[in-house]
Design a protein around this ligand. Structure first.
Ligand code: HAM
Length: 417
């Protein structure tokens, strides 16, 4: 086949797609309870939007954006969104909310695009389910979001660890950045070319140097540079998490790859995923709305990597089965017509019913019913039709009994428990 899909782009069929939907459904249900409202934003934006927010020197902007020139828009360079935060901030400012109603709790969901080297858990089109909260500079908001993430991971039954850090603000971060530059120059020979570039362009990312994880052990640590306000903020976040029974680790080496972060940064890792184990990531971005031309409003948010969370769910065996309660088998033209009515009644009783093709042999159909994982085969022939009964074959226990058609739903539901 010549017209295959592109590298890093996936087709999700059956259980894999269902795992993604399940993550999204559960997240949506929990976000509802935290009174977070939905926002839908475009997939295509001006490339400049990301340069101004995610940062010129972030990997996302520097190497990973899918951009093209839109002739209809006066040769504007546009980009497929690599993340959701900049678009949400733009929409928030564009709707005037920063001035009229600054306190907002918004969630978004949908595909993001990054030209990354594909591997397990890293795709060129992937899905995020994200939250952005505006107008809440207080530490209790950081804690509330982390408590919500903890609740979601527990609800999904995915084993996880949560790491948090504070990377300071515009007041105290310059000293940390300077210390990193100094450290980078002193350890020049141990760093690769990528990291040599980071020394001047994006020194915080020196902590992500990959060549040898040991190298960064001697690097300065963000927590040692926090000003009093940032320290107090971080202490409160930790206290509130402890009070809420949320388990977390403080990782002073975590800096995050996007430029807009201030103070609290966090990542959640799940088991069974290999190298790409971060399933949720985010942090505070108090200066971003203002940088993008809005009022001085605080911001904080995170995104769930839905693809990775779905993989974690499957790896943990936590994806509930979605097999039919019964497969309907009919023999003969009149029974086939009646089977449609029976199926409708059973589905009305909230049962999962799959109709099998009426044009096959009984043996083939029973094999098919087993293959799709149906608990029962419900068999209707002309004789059953005349007597108002059905044959109910329990495919798990290999038993069969006749029940009145009107009793079938209750009999199937009872076995499901
Ligand atoms: P991020 O760390 O770039 O942050 O992405 C968040 C999550 O998206 C990652 O932890 C991962 O689960 C998933 N993800 C990222 N890239 C890929 C990929 N290539 N393939 C599969 N999954 C991926 C952000 O995007 C920020 N906007 C999060 C945020 C919201 N911060 C504040 N508000």
């Amino acid at each position: 086949m010549e017209l295959t899909r592109l590298r890093g782009f996936r087709d999700l069929i059956g259980a894999d797609a269902r795992a993604m939907s399940l993550v999204e459904e559960r997240a949506r249900a929990i976000f509802d309870r935290y009174s977070i409202k939905e926002i839908r934003i475009p997939v295509l934006e001006r490339a400049q939007l990301y340069q101004r927010s995610s940062g010129e020197t972030s990997d996302v902007v520097e190497k990973q954006m899918y951009t093209f020139t839109d002739r209809d828009e006066g040769e504007t360079v546009v980009a497929l969104r690599p993340e959701g935060t900049p678009g949400v901030v733009r929409a928030y400012i564009e709707a005037g909310l920063d001035r009229t109603d600054p306190e907002q709790r918004l969630f978004y969901s949908g595909p993001m695009f990054r030209r990354e080297r594909p591997q397990k858990g890293r795709y060129r089109q992937f899905y995020q389910f994200g939250v952005e909260v505006f107008g809440r500079p207080d530490a209790s908001c950081d804690a509330e979001l982390l408590i919500m993430i903890d609740e979601l991971c527990r609800d999904l039954k995915v084993p996880f660890t949560m790491e948090i850090n504070s990377i300071g603000d515009q007041k105290c971060r310059p000293a940390f950045r300077e210390a990193l530059v100094k450290w980078g120059r002193a350890h020049w020979d141990e760093l690769d070319e990528d990291c040599h570039n980071r020394i001047d362009r994006n020194p915080l990312r020196l902590l992500d140097c990959k060549r040898d994880a040991k190298v960064t052990e001697s690097a300065p640590n963000s927590l040692d540079f926090l000003c009093d306000e940032c320290r107090a903020h971080f202490d409160t976040v930790k206290e509130l998490l402890t009070a809420a029974g949320v388990q977390y680790l403080v990782n002073p080496r975590m800096v995050r790859g996007l430029d807009y972060y201030t103070r609290t940064a966090f990542e959640v890792m799940a088991g069974g995923l290999g190298a790409q184990s971060t399933v949720v990531a985010g942090g505070r971005y108090d200066g971003l709305v203002e940088t993008m031309g809005g009022a001085a409003v605080a911001g904080i948010g995170f995104a769930i990597g839905v693809d990775r969370m779905a993989l974690a769910l499957e790896a943990a065996g936590a994806l509930p089965a979605a097999t039919p309660d019964a497969a309907i088998i009919s023999m003969g033209a009149a029974a086939a017509r009646h089977a449609v009515v029976v199926a409708r009644v059973l589905r009305g009783a909230n049962l999962n019913i799959e109709m099998l093709s009426p044009e096959r042999k009984m043996k083939t159909l029973l094999a098919r019913a087993s293959k799709i994982g149906a608990r029962f085969a419900l068999i209707i022939g002309d004789d059953e039709l005349a007597r108002g009964v059905v044959q109910l074959r329990d495919l798990k226990q290999s038993t069969q009994r006749e029940v009145a058609e009107a009793e079938a739903a209750a009999a199937i539901a009872e076995a499901r428990g």
